[in-house]
Design a protein around this ligand. Structure first.
Ligand code: HEC
Length: 111
């Protein structure tokens, strides 16, 4: 009887455990390749002048993408990058970068 209780308990918590893992590290978004050359796959910038996105708040990242797309932030390179994205793409990318480990102090801004 003990074993079956264990099994039931595991079955009961498994969905929560899986959901937590998904929040901690979502699957790489389909459009990540459009951003990685400058921001890195993990959000650690790869070129001078590109900001580190890793660990920034989801809402901030999403807001920034909206602002590049609608021209509130006038940065041609980011306007071009955000142009073809759907709302879902932007959410997925913002989630992804928000979930990455931030750069260590002193590492910021360096490729
Ligand atoms: C050619 C290089 C390049 C590519 C490709 C690129 N970016 Fe950027 N990104 C930049 C630069 C440069 C900035 C800083 C712009 C500014 O001064 O506002 C920036 C800024 C940002 C910011 C604002 C960060 C902040 O701290 O305010 C976000 C969010 C962002 N990019 C997301 C993306 C996403 C998502 C993609 C892929 C769809 C992408 N970028 C593709 C160069 C790039």
């Amino acid at each position: 009887m003990r074993t079956s209780r264990w099994t039931l308990w595991l079955l009961a918590i498994a969905p929560f455990a899986i959901a937590r893992a998904a929040v901690a590290s979502p699957a790489p978004p389909a459009q990540l390749g459009l951003c990685a050359a400058c921001h890195g796959e993990n959000g650690h910038a790869r070129i001078p002048g590109a900001p580190n996105l890793a660990g920034q708040p989801y809402r901030y990242l999403l807001q920034a993408l909206h602002e590049y797309r609608n021209g509130e932030r006038r940065v041609p390179v980011m306007r071009a990058a955000a142009g073809p994205l759907t709302e879902k793409d932007m959410q997925a990318l913002a989630h992804w970068y928000a979930a990455q480990s931030p750069c260590k102090p002193g590492q910021a801004g360096r490729p």
